[in-house]
Write a protein that binds this ligand. Structure first.
Ligand code: ADP
Ligand code: MG
Length: 707
């Protein structure tokens, strides 16, 4: 586990050194066991003061409690053996390789500890001394061996040490675990009692949280598991509580923003519905009702529209944008890729064929003068609606009266980009669409201030996607199947990870797949290659040719992941699937089966390992994107897909969103109560909490007004 944020350091005071030393801001250099040399090493770990050391939590613990006689050792688990050193030997191979071997005996047998390339280990042992070695032992022939065991030197008469958890800290080159432990120990002994409690007493009591000083001591030097757990729980609670406070306060600040009222009057509604090419599904209609209700208010909507691939989110968003335009304000739709922006533009063009709405597409590929023209018309209000990549929201884009922003397939669009779109205290309504459902826990944590609309059902006529796991010896058969589809006039995707040749991994790259397939299984077909390293016009060109059917096969990285709609493509082959998340794979396979025919997705297993196979098996069996996202989350953690950093939020350091769900709920409830009772956290009891919150989230969440 990693450390928490330390409370802000007290300012340096010109007090005599003796006094300063007692304070938390004491430079590490003056702490027992440090000195100038080690201070430099600690600096590399970002540890400059006593306070930093106190909050530099161990990343793990060595359990020394399972101490056994050598004759009772077992393979495969961490154990400790106490014995007398009977032999110390160092050998060197002459190529700079060395081995230190130490033999210890405990009366029931012998055990060898070995260290490679750590010649200095030889100096730690003398024959006749008593040591405790801790590691996972292995039986080598008839002899037990521990490789690179942890060494604890013991006085020979020392009583059996009871349940001990040794802290393990993150290190940097030149700083040993042993020294780091000693340094942390001095810091805790000398400075922990100077810490001031962060929580108001009432809260500590209600949640039975261990006080700060005690917790800091226990997390560095736990007497036992139970004490460690209690200390950990306190810090988990603290971390989540501070986060929830920040979100809560942000929410109440958001509520003070103004927005244009954009009512969907019956006339407006009827006019827009006439433009739609199909009947809305029930859940599309429901989402539209929810969105319309938000848009009619004078404070900004903040809504997530989530729905599986193909559930028909686009039309819902376009409806909202047209409501906005009908009310005389401007609307913007932002897509993560140019391909997608163009696709939306096409849909919109069809929809607006007979309408007077002025709109434009703005992408990175636009020429200077095209761009300038669009910017000018956005600024003077003559453009009602713009579709574009995120380039649209770059600083120099000024809208006359921006009423609504829609962000497609993107979690990354952060707080700061959003407030860039604000005009004074008038903020645009905000709708973000995603096909990657966000597990509830996470949406609560990160998007606590978003309302959610969900599209449950796919529009009628969508075909199921059949997913197969293809074993290496069945690949030829799979490609045969793909060729059959191509010969029927269908098109095919092949998806592979983009892997650098320098990346030195055994994973297949998209370029390699292209090379192999165009010379082999797919040699008879027109094949295109698409990946993120191509220039924008190049991508555009490949995509266009695929869409027109000039290319029969598109070999691609996950650039096609989001939203691309080519109804004639009915079969997809995924290479290197274990490198993708399940939610991502689900998005990918959503690219096929968009037309009136069934879609097929073949996952080539190759040399996929057992764990990955199980994951992929679950994937093949499920068609529920929400369930897959939950499963992904459970198996792999939030990962980069949902990574907090993507949202511009500092990562959590100690709390684990999967295992600490109950604490999260508690923290959330309590934070809301506290903010309701003391909106600006002005009460003296809350001063330290407020301080913590601002230090950590003030910038990321723009908590301006409480600052
Ligand atoms: P996604 O939610 O993945 O963005 P899209 O909005 O691209 O889905 O819709 C997928 C396909 O379904 C599109 O071809 C779209 O035209 C079609 N579609 C959407 N809504 C309906 C509907 N109510 N009836 C029939 N087809 C629809
Ligand atoms: Mg879409």
């Amino acid at each position: 586990m990693r450390g928490m944020d330390s409370p802000s350091n007290p300012p340096h005071s010109p007090a005599p050194l003796d006094d300063v030393k007692r304070r938390l801001a004491t430079p590490v250099e003056f702490i027992r066991g440090v000195g100038p040399g080690r201070a430099q090493l600690l600096e590399r770990l970002g540890l400059r003061t006593a306070n930093h050391l106190l909050f530099n939590f161990p990343r793990d613990y060595q359990d020394l409690s399972d101490e056994r006689a050598i004759e009772n050792l077992q393979e495969g688990q961490l154990q400790s053996v106490r014995g007398v050193v009977t032999e110390v030997a160092a050998t060197s191979s002459g190529f700079g390789k060395s081995r230190v071997a130490v033999l210890i005996a405990d009366g029931t047998g012998h055990l060898r500890g070995v260290w490679y390339n750590q010649p200095f280990m030889r100096e730690r042992f003398r024959e006749g001394m008593t040591v405790l070695l801790t590691a996972t032992p292995k039986l080598k022939g008839l002899m037990w061996e521990m490789s690179h065991p942890l060494v604890t030197t013991l006085a020979s008469d020392e009583a059996k040490i009871d349940a001990k958890l040794l802290p393990v800290y993150s290190l940097t080159e030149g700083l040993s675990q042993y020294h780091m432990r000693r340094i942390e120990q001095s810091a805790v002994t000398e400075f922990a009692d100077q810490l001031e409690e962060v929580f108001p007493p009432a809260l500590l009591k209600r949640f039975q949280l261990t006080p700060l000083v005690e917790s800091v001591r226990a997390i560095h030097q736990p007497a036992d598991r139970e004490e460690l757990e209690r200390a950990r729980r306190r810090f988990v609670f603290q971390e989540l509580f501070v986060l929830q406070l920040a979100l809560s306060i942000r929410r109440s600040e958001q509520r003070q923003l103004k927005a244009y009222e954009l009512p969907a009057t019956p006339r407006i509604d009827a006019r827009i519905r006439r433009l739609l090419p199909f009947e809305l599904t029930e859940s599309q209609a429901k989402a539209i009702t929810e969105i319309s209700a938000d848009l009619a208010l004078d404070r900004p909507m903040n809504r997530l529209l989530q729905g599986d691939v193909g559930s028909g989110k686009t039309i819902v968003a376009l409806y909202a944008m047209l409501v906005c335009v009908a009310n005389g304000r401007q609307a913007a739709l932002m897509a993560p890729t140019e391909i997608l922006a163009r696709q939306h533009a096409e849909t919109l063009a069809k929809l607006l064929e007979e309408s007077r709405v002025e709109w434009a597409l703005l992408t990175g590929g636009a020429t200077r003068s095209e761009r300038d023209d669009v910017l000018r018309r956005l600024a003077d209000g003559s453009l009602n609606l713009v579709i574009g990549t995120h380039a649209v929201v770059q600083e120099d884009v000024k809208f006359k009266e921006l009423g609504l922003v829609v962000v497609d397939e993107q979690h990354k669009f952060g707080v700061r980009q959003r407030s860039a779109l604000r005009q004074g205290d008038v903020a645009p309504h905000y709708l973000v669409m995603t096909a990657t459902p966000i597990p509830r826990t996470l949406s609560m944590t990160l998007f606590g201030d978003l309302d959610i609309s969900t599209l449950q059902s796919a529009p009628a006529g969508r075909q199921p996607i059949n997913t197969y796991l293809v074993e290496a010896d069945r690949e030829a058969k799979w490609w045969h199947f793909v060729r059959e589809r191509l010969n029927e006039g269908r098109q095919a995707f092949v998806v592979a990870p983009l892997v650098d040749e320098s990346e030195n991994v055994a994973a297949p790259s998209v370029a390699e797949a292209f090379e192999r397939l165009t010379n082999g299984e797919l040699a008879a077909f027109r094949v295109g290659l698409l990946h993120g390293r191509l220039t924008s016009p190049e991508k555009q060109d490949v995509m266009e040719r695929f869409r027109r059917g000039e290319l029969q096969v598109l070999i691609s990285t996950t650039v096609i992941e989001v939203g691309v709609d080519v109804p004639n493509a009915s079969v997809m082959t995924v290479v290197g699937a274990d490198r993708f998340g399940l939610a991502q794979l689900h998005q990918l396979r959503g690219r096929v089966g968009r037309g009136s025919r069934a879609g097929y997705c073949g996952i080539l297993l190759g040399e996929t390992n057992e764990a990955a196979r199980e994951r992929l098996d679950a994937f093949a069996k499920s068609t529920d994107g929400f369930a897959l996202a939950e499963l992904d989350f459970a198996l792999r953690g939030p990962g980069d897909l949902f990574g907090t950093q993507q949202h511009g939020m500092p990562p959590l350091r100690i709390a684990n969103l999967m295992t600490d769900r109950d604490v999260l709920e508690e923290a959330r409830r309590e934070a809301q109560l506290l903010v309701a009772a003391d909106p600006g956290l002005k009460h003296a009891d809350n001063a330290r909490l407020r301080q913590q919150m601002l230090t950590r989230y003030g910038k990321a969440l723009e908590l301006g007004d409480v600052g």
